[in-house]
Write a protein that binds this ligand. Sequence first.
Ligand SMILES: CC1=C(CCC(=O)O)c2cc3nc(cc4[nH]c(cc5[nH]c(cc1n2)c(C)c5CCC(=O)O)c(CCC(=O)O)c4C)C(CCC(=O)O)=C3C
Ligand SMILES: [Fe+2]
Length: 315
Amino acid sequence: MGNYDALLLLSFGGPEGPDDVMPFLENVVRGRGVPRERLLEVAEHYQSFGGVSPINQQNRDLIEALRPELDVPIYWGNRNWRPFGEDTVLRMKADGITKAAVFATSAFAGYSSCRQYYEDIARISVEGGPELVKMRHFGEHPGFVAAMADHARQALDRLGRDDARLVFTAHSIPVSMAQTAGPSGGLYEAQLRRSAELVSQALGRTEPWELVWQSRSGPPQVPWLEPDVLDHLRKTDAPAVVLVPIGFVSDHMEVVFDLDVEARRLAAELGLPLERAATAGTHPRFVRMVRELMAEPEPAACALSCCPAPVRRPA
Ligand SMILES: CC1=C(CCC(=O)O)c2cc3nc(cc4[nH]c(cc5[nH]c(cc1n2)c(C)c5CCC(=O)O)c(CCC(=O)O)c4C)C(CCC(=O)O)=C3C
Ligand SMILES: [Fe+2]
């Protein structure tokens, strides 16, 4: 395997109990101008799941699935909650790790999905500690595509009808952030569309699919990518829908709340047959992809001008 002596799984982090929820959310939105009401609403989503985000267990499961695949130690650190990346890197240094591949749990270009992980790497890196090399975007990698296609197929089978439409979903982001994603802009959406098309092709489908957005945050006066998945379901002429959360790598809170609770409830009200495809999670082909990424030539870091941080607004 390449010349890495460890893998660092770098993730978002999430609360592990009711008392963690508000401090976690404060970490996430520090300086990002997310209105208080939105924060309290999202806190309720977490509290309705006992204050526990599924993302941490998902990451633990991914690490267990990766162990037999890799011949180097695997470390885990987060941006917004324990185990914090800062602490993990100190352990890696103490263990004598010199150069680690960084697998960020986010597949596509953009500030939130890519640049912010570079910022994390810069912040947590320490003198005499491991060099941290971020792996490339993987939303169009055959391993990711095959895992998503497999899960979409299973959801189609559960629904049991061949007239269902594939409706891909991804996290909405501010329009300004979408416009500055990638070296020449628009790369978040462009990569998502290519990935969705590859999944559709892998299923041998020629029917049209759609890409819609979910989990909008931020102040209402700032435009974010649309249409929202719920608005889309209200208007769709599709006789049945399979939601494919292509923009997420595991079934975390946005997926289990915004899709499995909200979208499902709406579909039931509308009488619209709907299933949700699983995310890549620990699909064996996805797990193998991590090893394949580590065996590739060391990826060049994105240019610093790429996916700039949004202008900060006070809450
Ligand atoms: C593109 C994207 C991804 C996908 C790529 C990736 O996976 O990295 C993603 C993932 C995630 N987002 C997550 C959670 C949150 N995101 C928030 C807020 C925001 N997300 C944004 C974008 C994205 N977010 C943006 C532009 C904001 C506005 C504030 C800001 O500019 O930062 C907020 C604040 C409250 C609110 O929702 O308003 C929370 C709690 C969790 C953890 C879930 C769990 O606990 O299971 C995960 C994996
Ligand atoms: Fe988010």
